[in-house]
Design a binder for this molecule. Sequence first.
Ligand SMILES: Nc1nc2c(ncn2[C@@H]2O[C@H](COP(=O)(O)OP(=O)(O)OP(=O)(O)O)[C@@H](O)[C@H]2O)c(=O)[nH]1
Length: 633
Amino acid sequence: MRVALVGNPNCGKTALFNLLTGSRQKVANYAGVTVERKEGRLHAPSGRHYAVLDLPGAYSLSAASLDEAVTRDVLRGFYPGERAPDVLLCVVDATNLRLHLRFALELRELGRPMVIAVNMMDAAKRRGIDIDLVALERELGVPVVPTVAVKRHGARDLVAMLDRIATAPREPHEPRAHLPEGADLHAETRRLLELTVSMPSRTAKIDDALDRWLLHPVLGLMSLALVMFLIFQAVYAWATPLMDAIEAGTAWVGGGVNTLMSMDGPLRGWVSQETLRSLSEGPVRSLLVDGIIAGLGGVIVFLPQILILFAFILALEESGYLPRAAFLLDRMMAGAGLSGRSFIPLLSSFACAIPGIMATRSIQDPRDRLATIIVAPLMTCSARLPVYALLIGAFIPQQKVWGVLNLQGLVLFGLYMAGILSALVVSWVMKKWRRDKSEHALLLELPSYRIPHPRDLLIGLWERAWIFLRRVGGIILSLTVLLWFLLSFPGAPEGATMPAIDYSFAGRIGHALTAVFAPIGFNWQICIALIPGLAAREVAVSSLATVYALSAADDDAAAQALTPIITDSWSLATALSLLVWFIYAPQCISTLATIKRETGSWKQVAISAGYLFALAYLASLLTYQVAVALGAG
Ligand SMILES: Nc1nc2c(ncn2[C@@H]2O[C@H](COP(=O)(O)OP(=O)(O)OP(=O)(O)O)[C@@H](O)[C@H]2O)c(=O)[nH]1
């Protein structure tokens, strides 16, 4: 039996889906998190199995955006390759029945077996909202089950209800409309509310008080700036001890492997002299120490900063503050040709542009959607954080501004802001080009404030760490090994005058590329690191670590941290130019693939890649030349 979870946005469908199926789909306190249909399996204690679908939130069956269209198509049985669900599990928010019951009534008219989960009963109780569930069930003619998805309450009753429906004798499958044709769903909702819900005279005192402050045109914007600013301060202030520990750990492992494989190391006497020689002088030691340990260690060291940033983002997502930030910025975004609806997709792009671009499906206007897709890669994704952190750590002194502010954190904040401002400028230019300049009003639901649950935060952080470590062990490891190979072979020819690495495959490519990148201050090592950086941007860091470890291998100084090496060998102008390059950084291949999938157009892919490359090059050129002129070369 196929069960579809359906309801208005942000009522807890995904939380319930996770609870029923044991999945870990993203849950957050704003509308439009789920934009695709997700499927999971529910194994009921009765031994029955159900296929459970989590659908994007919708306000009605007359879809206005792409994600709502998915819900409509699945429910009406038009979704390609799929029959309509057998049972609708309609989720409504107990604190907002006025809005949610209307959609429930519309769904009931489909005439399908249906159960209503009245979710967020805890929040309703806290606010003194009293719902007569028996009367509601009687009036609706549909089973009603109270739930608190985040506390795992009500799941057992829901499953029992599904079992009951599954074993009930099949009714002839014809729509059983409850309301007369053309009935006013709003009027019916009002009637139900009057009969079944009693509201306290005054609700949401705290929310109102907070909103007076946080939505204030001046104080609100100041608070938003303060929140963002504090986050970047924390990323630097808190991460250092952990980063030092990881760096020391990497050096220890690298040193250990080096010693283990050396001629007079602990293996002497255990393996033959010959094996030891091949281990110590052959490529294996270099692959392990200069390739894998230096490369991966160079990236892993930034995990603490990524996690601190995400701890804040996850807490903000759960708090209910984000849609308010969208509301505050709507006017500014509209001036730049973006709608307030773009806020959440752009915000998701700070993790990675791919979910960000997918989240644009909830933007109704195709033109607004495209503008958002085009600028999403300008938001600083978490893969760029290691690059920024490396360069800031190496070139920006660890000093305090005005005695309290961390200068490195300030620069990081500036880089993120530069991405955001560039996005506004790019969309403003796109707006100037557009013939139709009409704007849409922003209609946004503001959810209740909620204190994030530490357990959910920890799970979310663990998931982020796991994604990062999987990338390290997957794509970053494979590209590092490939790069090591290209940097180690074919070796120096007879009578060579330069180090062997300059004659390697990758060395030659790097040297050839300097023809293009020398005007912006990039040396051949940077040029070579940019290529695997197209697959995953952190690889630029692991590649630099490998390139420099191999360069230093001759004098046995391998497994050294990357920071002092680049501090010694690059000019400040080069470092600044590379930082600016990564604000625009011609995007990664997976982002381009996502743009192709979401827009269906190669032209948009070419436009995105082209304009980002042009911006990156011009901005770096300007930065480098000005810095050199000022004496930083
Ligand atoms: N207090 C309380 N919060 C809940 C409950 N169920 C879900 N939430 C919270 O409500 C918010 C929305 O939950 P989601 O599961 O993402 O909602 P959704 O309906 O899937 O949202 P969309 O994907 O936007 O359609 C999250 O912040 C959840 O933690 C509940 O029973 N009680």
